[in-house]
Each structure stands twice: as C-alpha cells, then as structure tokens.
Design a protein around this ligand. Sequence first.
Ligand code: UD1
Length: 421
Amino acid sequence: MDKIIVRGGAELSGTIQIAGAKNACLALMPATLLSEEPLTLTNAPRLSDIATMGALLASLGVEVSRLQDGKVVALSSHALSSHVADYEIVRKMRASNLVLGPLLARTGQAVVSLPGGCAIGARPMDIHVTALEALGATIELREGYLHAEARGGLKGARIDMRFPSVGATENTMMAAVLAKGTTVIDNAAREPEIVDLAQCLVAMGAYIDGAGGPTITIEGVDRLHGATDAVVPDRIELGTYMLAPAIAGGSVDLIGGRIDLLGAFCEKLDAAGIDVTQTDTGLRVARRNGTVRAVDVITEVFPGFPTDLQAQMMALLCTADGKSVLEERIFENRFMHAPELIRMGARIDVHGGVAEVTGVPRLKGAPVMATDLRASVSLILAGLAAEGETVVNRVYHLDRGYERVEHKLGACGARIERVSE
Ligand code: UD1
C-alpha cells in the first residue's frame, strides 16, 4: 500500500487548481438512472470514489465512460439490467446509497445494501427510508439489504426531515422528480452539492424550486431527458488547500476557489489570523503576520463550519497561539486524527464530541496512520510544518477524495512524495 512522506519546514508559494466536487459528482452520477437519455458531467474529479460509483452504476447496466483524461463522465442508462446495489460495492463507499431514490423512481424497485459501519460513526439511513416511504414506497430490511418497492409509481408528499441529511435530501429529490404531483421537503439540507444536483435535474427537465434553502418544492414530471452539467468546485478540497499556506507559511492561489462555498470556514480563518482574498481566478491565502491565533470551532450543517474540514482545521490549531475548542456535532466518532496528531507532539484532550487543542510551538514528524479520508489529509497538512519527516501510512483513503495531492502540494514547494510498497 502507498504511503506519503512529508518533510516539513518549506514555505509554500504557487497555484493549485481546485477540482470538481467529489460529493457533488457522487450525487450527480446516479441521476443518470432517471432518464433513458445520456447524462454528461464535466469538471469531474479523478478519484477512486468516482470510479467506485462508476462500477456500481455499470453493475446496474449503465454505460459509463471517462473522457478527456477522466475529467468528463459520460453516462447512459438506456437499458438497465439490475436494480440491486451489491454489498461488495456499497461497503466500500456509503454514497452508493444514492442509487436508491432514482432506481425506485425509474423502475419501481430497488434493492440496496446497507453500508455498514463507517470509521466516523454509525451513519444510519432512517431519514432516507422515512422520506421514500412518505412518497409511497414500501421498504423492508432483509439480510442486510433495503428492499424498496413502488410498483404503482411514487406520489408527491410533504416531508419534514428530522435532520437536514445531505444524502437523504439528494435521494428524496431524485425520487420526487418522477413522482406524481408535488413534493415539499422541509428541513432539507442546504449544501452547495444540493444546489448542484437541483441544477442538473432541472437541466434534465425536472421542476425544482428552493434548493439551497430549507424548503425544496418539486413538481413531478413523466420523464426526464439527457443533459450536460458541470460539477461545482470542491469546497472541501478548497478548504484543505487553503489550510496548507496557513500551516506552512507562504502564499497560495487556489484557482476556482469561491468564498461563498466556505463562508463560515473563511470567518474562522480570519479570526485565526489568516488572510483570504478573492482574486480574478480564485482565492489567495496567506498568514496576516507570523502567528496563528487559537479559535473555537463547532461543526454544523451548511452554511456552518463543515465537518469535512474539522480534522484539517485541527492540524492548523495544533500550533496556534492559545487553546482552541473544537466541537463535532455532525458525526459521533470523528476525532480519530487526534491520537495521530498527539504522536506528532500536539496537545489535544478529547472528551466525547469536544476536543481541546492547546497550541505548541512546533510539531515533530512521526510515522502516523490514516484512519479516514479527511483524517489522512490532516496528517499531511500537519507534516508540512512539522520538524523532520512525517510518514502517513495507509493512504488509500486519501485517493478516495484528493486528486494527486503530492503533485498539487509539491508544485507549491512542499517536500512531499508518494512511496509505493
Ligand atoms: C455527506 C457527505 C459527507 C459529509 C456529510 C455531512 C457525500 C457523499 N458525503 O454525507 O462527506 O461529511 O454529508 O456534511 O455527500 N443521519 C441519520 N440518518 C440518516 C442519514 C443521516 O441519522 O438517514 C445522520 C448521520 O449519521 C450523520 C448526520 O446525519 O450523523 C449527517 O449525515 P448526512 O448529512 O446524511 O451525511 P451523508 O449524506 O452521509
């Protein structure tokens, strides 16, 4: 398995191109199941999670091809051959559950494996199930699989989500676009990936109003047609690379970066003493003066501070001036990077969902273990400013969500290499 070796201490300077959003692309790809006509996605990221979704769709009979060096995903669902999302694929990636809504809407039946435990928490699917049942589906759990049926078709309904789940909102939107009548989703997720999915579905002929706000209204149509859609820039990749010059010093331009994708995160960077400026091409990030100040962070649903940037933010705060308190409110087990950062000399106390980070002047390189996607990259970020060598083992998680991380950071002067074993 590959590992990444980082030799800390080099200031960064240069530009990084931000790729299309993994999480948006993972929701857009299953939208192909809703139409017999082709769906083409441009600005797709080249990541193993995208390949996994491609393999899942192919197992359902979708024709999947990658064009233009992988940046374009061409999908055609003119002849579906299966409605079963197998455990062997779903267990690799929870987002596989996003085929449930569109399969049910198109074929009246879907059998989707439950994803099983995940490194960052239990991650149940009750909100997906309740919403689809409200649309008239019958859903049973048998032998680890959700068996969903709506033989007579789905019917629009008013759905009040108990929590604004991103995946459940996406599944419900994809089911409701082909349901008879009007669906209203209250307490819907408001993430930019939801807006991106709504734009794509509208381009395919759906009627959707209010995406990006708490109430989404959908008028069902009989059929959707083909479309071409561009994937929104990846706000989590953006935030991750914004933290690189904040941690290592220097100045980096992030091409394609937009403050509106990361408002709450940018406010915290400002409070920590990091300047973020909008340029003609994206965002420029640099420290305001030499020091980074401690800040308190609470993860929340959009537009709050994203849970997917909590680990990376912790890497910054490990060497900040003072004590920071990070509270994780989205996932119950998302501080697995803390013990690894402690191995690098960080001072972190975790009590339940709260981590207290007391800044130290410098971290020290160490062999560390990546436990999940965002944890892996937080260890690389920490290594950028650490004294000596940091070896991040088990980096397969990293390739799920970051395109060529060693090239992107290396081009800005980071001393980073991938070693294959
Ligand atoms: C998506 C993102 C993930 C991000 C998360 C929160 C994708 C592919 N992944 O995941 O990177 O960290 O949003 O921003 O887009 N929950 C339930 N029951 C449900 C569904 C969710 O209790 O039926 C809980 C989860 O356990 C979790 C919280 O709700 O504690 C948030 O989950 P959700 O918004 O659904 O996240 P995902 O869509 O899985």
